[in-house]
Design a binder for this molecule. Structure first.
Ligand SMILES: Cc1cc2nc3c(=O)[nH]c(=O)nc-3n(C[C@H](O)[C@H](O)[C@H](O)COP(=O)(O)OP(=O)(O)OC[C@H]3O[C@@H](n4cnc5c(N)ncnc54)[C@H](O)[C@@H]3O)c2cc1C
Length: 539
């Protein structure tokens, strides 16, 4: 009989399958030798109580105890037959040979563009991927140059290049929204291309930068094998539109690439695309987003806070946290964003005169630092001085704040920073706490650089977080600026049924840059949904 159980186990009971099976057998009062097939389906940490446990879901087969043979007993007995529940087997869609199939231009090789391309191949369309940045291997050199020389390649950096902003990221694969589509299809595709199967089980799956670059290359191999195409170092600078229908794209090299189906998956940092829409009077909408700082603590301190003791089990992973506060007038939220345990802070600028930071980690999450964005909701009224730019007003505010951060840091990739305790007291730090940020930090007074509504609300929120997480406010933590690319400040609107741009038919705004997703998983899901819709419309 197949059964499923949800129960709590200690970290030491989860070290391997045999130990786990023993613990589960004991807890469900079934003899261990009567457990046949045994599978761990889900696990998540439960750190709410002093004793930290894992909440797990397991599926197992309980075997029948051996019965004495009827011959020996000498009499007939009715044997109870258990009917096994039917396990639904989902057929994985096969890739088709698309070498001579209908071409679909996919602008951008981030999670949205790549997962759209995989799905298009399954549906019998040929993706032509146009990517402004470098392939993964070449892109690594561009990142090294940012760290070593403080020089940004505006076309290939932490946000642009093969795999998009998702490649050299933290690689957390959860999404707050499971309404948008099939998360397990995305996780399956990641596993198919080299991710650990563990991501299917973990409630908060994580891949890590080191593994993501290999996975991104494997995805390219699938796409090219079946007939898809990549064009790296090729920036789309215009769309060919006739009678409100898309006809193709124009690249910076002057080439025209034609197709009547175009997926626009350029991510939230492709400001030139928003400006293009603005200039051509193609529909755009302003969208709320959030800005603030990245905070960095010693990971050891976060572990002690979250695991409630300095003597927490070594088997526990580096602890995470999630904090939120609403301002006194309840008008806006201040919240943690993209928390990276055991991670590093990195420069995520895409332009020459801006300073943006973000967080990433390797699969082992073994750096001694814990970082997270702490950001404040930005509203249209905050960008009043840019109202002449219409729907781009909030983008202008984002640009201005990034530029102010750059100027404050002597126009380099060195980032302005302040000890958290000094920020709360509004005084400049004389020296900073150790940090993972390789280009270096410059002691600064953040209140003089950030817009007033951000610094005031951040200060209030930090005081609140200090009460809910005892030890969070410490001079061992730095705040570092600027965390501004949390989501897009602009939406490229699409029709809710056809998923095409509301004015340009055949054009599919997709992923985070379109304003319809945020994060790796939801952008990948959006890509899959767009490809499904294309197949439904053009087959
Ligand atoms: C350092 C860092 C860490 C992150 N960590 C996480 C995390 O742990 N978990 C998570 O869920 N999310 C994380 N994110 C966010 C996540 O990476 C994005 O939400 C996701 O990548 C968005 O996917 P996308 O495909 O919509 O856009 P993007 O990934 O931004 O991809 C867009 C692509 O389009 C290309 N492009 C842009 N303009 C043009 C043009 N004109 N012509 C041709 N190509 C163009 C870009 O070069 C880019 O490759 C992180 C982001 C960063 C920067």
């Amino acid at each position: 009989m197949i059964k499923e159980f949800e129960l709590n186990v200690l970290p030491e009971e989860l070290v391997d399958t045999e130990t786990l099976k023993k613990a589960v057998a004991r807890k469900i009062s079934v003899r261990e030798n009567l457990i046949g097939d045994f599978e761990l389906l889900k696990k998540s940490i439960d750190a709410r109580k002093a004793l930290i446990t894992y909440r797990i879901k397991v599926q197992l087969t309980v075997l029948e105890p051996e019965r004495p043979s009827l011959e020996k007993v000498g009499e007939e007995k009715e044997i109870e037959v258990e009917i096994e529940p039917v396990v639904e087997i989902v057929e994985v869609e096969k890739y088709q040979d698309v070498h001579s199939a209908t071409p679909v231009i996919v602008i951008g090789a981030g999670p949205a563009g790549l997962f759209a391309s995989l799905k298009l191949i399954q549906k019998g369309f040929r993706p032509i991927i146009i990517e402004r940045g470098n392939s993964v291997s070449e892109r690594k050199k561009d990142l090294a140059q940012i760290i070593r020389q403080g020089e940004i390649n505006t076309e290939s950096n932490w946000c642009f290049g093969e795999g998009g902003a998702g490649t050299f990221s933290d690689g957390k694969l959860f999404t707050r929204s499971n309404k948008r589509g099939n998360i397990s299809e995305v996780l399956d595709l990641f596993v198919e291309h080299g991710a650990e199967k563990e991501i299917m089980i973990d409630a908060h799956p994580h891949i890590g930068t080191d593994r993501l670059s290999a996975i991104t290359k494997n995805i390219r191999q699938t796409i090219e094998t079946y007939g898809g195409e990549y064009h790296f170092n090729t920036k789309v600078i215009d769309l060919i539109v006739k009678d409100n229908k898309i006809k193709g794209v124009i690249t910076e090299k002057g080439d025209k690439i034609e197709s009547e189906i175009v997926v626009l998956a350029t991510g939230h940092s492709a400001r030139d695309i928003y400006y293009l829409f603005h200039e051509k009077n193609w529909a755009l909408e302003a969208k709320l987003f959030a800005m603030g700082v990245r905070i960095e603590h010693p990971q050891e301190l976060i572990n002690q806070i979250q695991y409630h003791t300095p003597k927490y089990s070594e088997l526990l992973p580096p602890a995470t946290y999630s904090v939120a506060h609403s301002t006194k007038d309840k008008a806006r939220g201040v919240f943690s964003f993209c928390m990276c345990p055991g991670g590093m802070i990195i420069p995520a600028s895409t332009g020459k005169e801006e300073l943006v930071v973000n967080g990433m980690s390797n699969s082992l999450r073994n750096s001694p630092f814990a970082n997270s964005g702490i950001v404040v909701n930005v509203k249209a009224a905050d960008a009043k001085k840019f109202s002449e730019f219409g729907e781009l007003a909030m983008l202008k505010l984002q640009e201005e704040t990034e530029k102010n951060m750059f100027i404050a840091a002597d126009k380099t990739m060195v980032a302005p920073a302040q000890r958290l305790t000094d920020f709360i007291k509004d005084r400049k730090s004389s020296a900073l706490a150790p940090s993972s940020y390789l280009p270096g930090l410059l002691p600064s007074n953040m209140s003089n650089i950030l817009p007033e509504f951000i610094s005031t609300n951040l200060r209030d929120a930090f005081l609140h977080f200090g009460k809910t997480m005892k030890g969070f406010i410490t001079s061992e933590a730095n705040i570092i600026g600027l965390e501004s690319r949390t989501s897009s400040p602009v939406r490229i609107p699409r029709d809710k049924d056809s998923l095409q741009h509301i004015q340009i038919s055949g054009l599919y705004p997709c992923g985070e840059g379109s304003g319809y997703s945020g994060g790796i998983t939801s952008s990948a899901i959006d890509g899959i949904n767009i490809a499904d819709k294309i197949a439904e419309t053009y087959k």
